[in-house]
Design a protein around this ligand. Structure first.
Ligand SMILES: Nc1ncnc2c1ncn2[C@@H]1O[C@H](COP(=O)(O)OP(=O)(O)OP(=O)(O)O)[C@@H](O)[C@H]1O
Ligand SMILES: [Mg+2]
Length: 505
């Protein structure tokens, strides 16, 4: 059975039980109050026997009663009686006057043929002034006064009002009551059904359709929860699941793409030197290297190519280890200023032969104690080596300059900045976002002998990120390039002591 039908049935059952209980309670409480089932209707009679007339009718009745006591002869005057009757008629009541056994005045609005015989007999003591009476199927409540006329005849005065008889009230009202009850029941049921359908069944339907969509492999949709209730939360969790699944699939596709790219790059980069080596070894085999000089040259080329290939394989290995997070770091506290100075001197010595000047610049905001970072010395050396190598490699000016700059970030005081700036070829704006991708090489790098494997910056990026830092490139084509590394400064629990230790060192 579907939730829809189950809910519909349970609402109907609930309403039916409520109605039955309501009727039962009403019946039982009436029995409890009246003491008997049948006395329910006499309740109605008793009520009207005590209060047969409204206040206005009562005051007219008292006027007439006063007249009957003081000047009963006036009650023979039909004109006067008619005027009182008119007043009573306005408030939906009527007047009857009896003289001995004859009716001398009967209100036309309430007149009934059997009225004369139905009215109670003369009672000089006026014991029961107020009561009710049934005439045929009609039911009346009245107040009466019996008095003697001046000639000794017995006079009776009735002010009467018609009431709906009990049975009639019940007969009239019951079907309406039942209809109203049924209508209310139906309406409530429908409203509840609609509400529950909207808040439970529909969201569940949407969830089911979404799950089917996912099953079919379609993850490109968004499930927006309609409410914050349990189903809304379920939808939210479902949406989160879809999002993550989508992300992981996209990532998987990206990995797959990268892997293919990587294999194609590696095969390409190995193919060229292998072809060269093959060419030269064949040359030797075929006796082309017929002089010791030629042989020396051939072997030299083969050796260079094998060295290149070895370097490529080494870089690849390092890159893949870094990428897989399998390369261990051995962190130590390093003063970036001293470190940069050492690196500058070391490279400056090598590059000086190529006519490249290497300078170290310290920003003003570097404190006298330097900028201490936690770093793997060998790996950071490799980063600086790769960057300086690039600067040297892509240098086209006569006056060749490389500047190492150390400072503290103005915006974030807990970050050290290391910049390597050159006045070389620069990087084209379109190429700038790609230089840190593995195997990416600029046009000039690809076309010249200078070009490497395109792993240098990718490795630098991996290492800097392994230190919790970032690396970015800024460049102006033709003017030069600045590579900026940002690294978190080392802050010990005990700054003062550390600084002292640094001083002593
Ligand atoms: N200082 C620089 N000046 C101009 N172009 C640069 C500079 N540094 C990097 N590039 C550009 O970015 C590309 C990627 O640099 P990366 O160091 O990753 O590769 P590579 O130097 O070509 O090869 P490898 O470093 O593996 O020998 C380079 O090919 C070059 O086009
Ligand atoms: Mg490089």
């Amino acid at each position: 059975m579907s939730i829809r039908i189950r809910l519909l049935l349970s609402f109907t059952a609930l309403l039916a039980v409520a109605v039955v209980l309501f009727v039962l309670t009403a019946f039982l409480s009436s029995v409890a109050i009246t003491g008997d089932v049948r006395s329910m209707s006499s309740f109605y009679h008793i009520h009207y026997s005590l209060h047969p007339l409204t206040d206005e009718e009562e005051s007219i009745f008292l006027d007439l009663k006063y007249l009957a006591k003081q000047d009963p002869a006036q009650l023979n005057d039909p004109a006067l009686l008619a005027s009182y009757d008119l007043k009573l008629k306005m408030v939906q009541a009527g007047l009857f006057v009896r003289r001995d056994d004859t009716m001398t005045y009967a209100s036309p609005s309430l007149a009934e043929p059997e009225m004369g015989s139905a009215l109670p007999p003369y009672d000089a003591a006026n014991n029961a002034i107020r009561s009710t009476l049934n005439v045929g199927s009609r039911f009346f409540s009245y107040a009466k006064f019996d008095f003697p006329f001046p000639d000794g005849q017995q006079g009776s005065l009735y002010v009467m009002r018609e009431r709906s008889p009990w049975a009639e009230v019940v007969q009239k009202l019951l079907p309406i009551l039942i209809l109203v009850l049924l209508a209310v029941m139906l309406l409530t049921g429908l409203l509840l059904y609609r509400y529950v359908t909207r808040s439970i069944v529909r969201p569940l339907d949407t969830l089911r359709r979404s799950a089917e969509q996912i099953k079919e492999g379609d993850l490109q949709f968004e499930l927006i929860p309609q409410a914050r209730d349990e189903i809304g939360q379920l939808s939210m969790t479902f949406e989160e699941m879809r999002r993550r699944l989508n992300e992981s699939i996209q990532l998987q596709l990206q990995y797959e793409d990268n892997r293919k790219q990587l294999i194609s790059n590696i095969s390409h980069d190995l193919k060229t030197p292998i072809a060269t080596i093959k060419g030269y070894t064949e040359g030797i085999r075929d006796g082309l290297a017929n002089t010791p000089d030629k042989l020396d040259k051939y072997v030299g080329i083969i050796h260079d190519k094998i060295t290149d290939m070895g370097r490529l394989v080494d870089e690849l290995l390092l890159y893949s280890k870094l990428d897989l997070k399998r390369e261990p770091y051995s962190f130590e506290r390093i003063d970036l200023v001293l470190f940069a100075r050492d690196a500058g001197e070391e490279t400056g010595f090598e590059l000086g032969e190529q006519g490249i000047e290497v300078k170290l610049e310290l920003e003003a905001n570097i404190s006298q104690h330097g900028a201490v970072i936690l770093a793997d010395r060998a790996k950071m050396k490799r980063v600086i080596g790769n960057l300086v190598q690039n600067s040297a490699k892509f240098m086209d000016k006569d006056e060749k300059r490389i500047t190492l700059r150390v400072g503290i970030d103005d915006a974030a005081a807990d970050t050290a900045i290391l910049e390597i700036e050159d006045n070389g070829t620069g990087i084209r704006t379109e190429a700038l976002p790609h230089v840190f991708e593995r195997f990416y090489r600029g046009d000039h790098a690809r076309n010249t002998q200078a070009g490497g494997s395109g792993l240098g910056l990718a490795i630098a990026k991996q290492i800097v990120e392994g230190h919790g830092g970032t690396i970015t490139a800024a460049s102006e084509a033709g003017a030069g390039t600045t590579i900026r590394i940002r690294l978190p400064l080392y802050r010990s629990e005990n700054e003062g002591q550390d600084n002292k230790a640094g001083d002593e060192a």
